[in-house]
Design a protein around this ligand. Structure first.
Ligand SMILES: C[S@@+](CC[C@H](N)C(=O)[O-])C[C@H]1O[C@@H](n2cnc3c(N)ncnc32)[C@H](O)[C@@H]1O
Length: 264
């Protein structure tokens, strides 16, 4: 089985529980920290035509549509797209969804003013291809903003070190330079209630870790220019309200890039 098929199979298997748990509010890192920071870094998009790559059940695509963009979105897992379309049918925002591969986008060149990808490019085997495809479908002058697991602080080995009272003292990391190509990580949203967590299979997420310098090489190789970086850090009020995300005050978990396709 090809790596692409294997990745698609895992995400399709994750999609039903992921949708239910994300919509129940158990993806606390996304809702309390990562998405608000991403939207704060986003340039104005009202009236622009946008593509959300690897949209999942569509929560972040809907956030972009609510900011006034005309959104299209794509994901490899049909179950995610089915749930996203059902939400669009129930509460229309003018979003068009389709099933497809971020490394082989079914859109014409220069179709979009901007593109986004939330927490997905590190899940694709060929990030250089995905970035090349996104660059192809962007209009000259258009931008891509994407979030990934921070390659420096969430390499394949990461351990949170705590004081006796439970507060985070430090993050231990390792295996930064390991070539990780499809190693499957199994986990559940830690904020799901224990009974719910125990009643479902863990998510199986194939991981394609790349170093920071490899990410920069992929971006430059796709002909895109870096214009902003973000490393979300929970402010004290957010960390108090959502203790799960307090570790981001010690070291980041997420890395945000905004990159632009030059005008020739
Ligand atoms: C961590 S989830 C993030 C979902 C969504 N962007 C969000 O923020 O809620 C990663 C997503 O990437 C999708 N995905 C993985 N590989 C893909 C590929 N090659 N093409 C398109 N989508 C892909 C998965 O199906 C999944 O929806």
């Amino acid at each position: 089985m090809s790596q692409r098929t294997e990745v698609a199979r895992h995400w399709e298997a994750n999609a039903e529980t992921w949708t239910r748990h994300a919509r129940a509010g158990y993806d606390v890192y996304r809702d309390a920290l990562n998405t608000p920071a991403f939207l704060a870094m986003l340039p104005p998009i009202r009236g622009l035509v946008g593509l959300d790559v690897a949209c999942g059940e569509g929560s972040n695509t809907r956030n972009l549509a609510k900011l006034g963009a005309k959104m299209q979105a794509i994901d490899i897992a049909p179950t995610f797209i089915r749930h996203a379309e059902a939400e669009e049918a129930a509460r229309p925002l003018g979003i068009t969804y389709r099933v497809g591969d971020g490394m082989d986008l079914p859109y014409d060149a220069s179709s979009f003013d901007f593109a986004t990808s939330f927490m997905a490019l590190m899940d694709m085997p060929d990030q250089d291809k995905a970035l090349g495809e996104i660059a192809r479908v962007l209009k000259p002058g258009g931008f891509l903003q994407f979030s990934i697991l921070h390659p420096c602080f969430v390499p394949p080995y990461r351990k949170t070190l705590r004081e006796p009272d439970g507060t985070v003292r430090a993050i231990e990391v390792g295996r930064y330079f390991d070539a990780v190509d499809g190693e499957v990580e199994r986990w559940r949203f830690s904020n799901a209630p224990a009974e719910e967590r125990e009643s479902v299979e863990p998510f199986a997420v194939p991981r394609f870790h790349r170093t920071l310098s490899q990410w920069v090489a992929f971006i430059c190789g796709a002909g895109l220019a870096i214009e902003a970086l973000g490393e979300p850090c929970a402010d004290p009020a957010v960390a108090e309200a959502w203790p799960t995300v307090a570790d981001t005050r010690v070291a980041p978990i997420f890395l945000h890039f905004r990159v632009r396709k030059p005008i020739p």
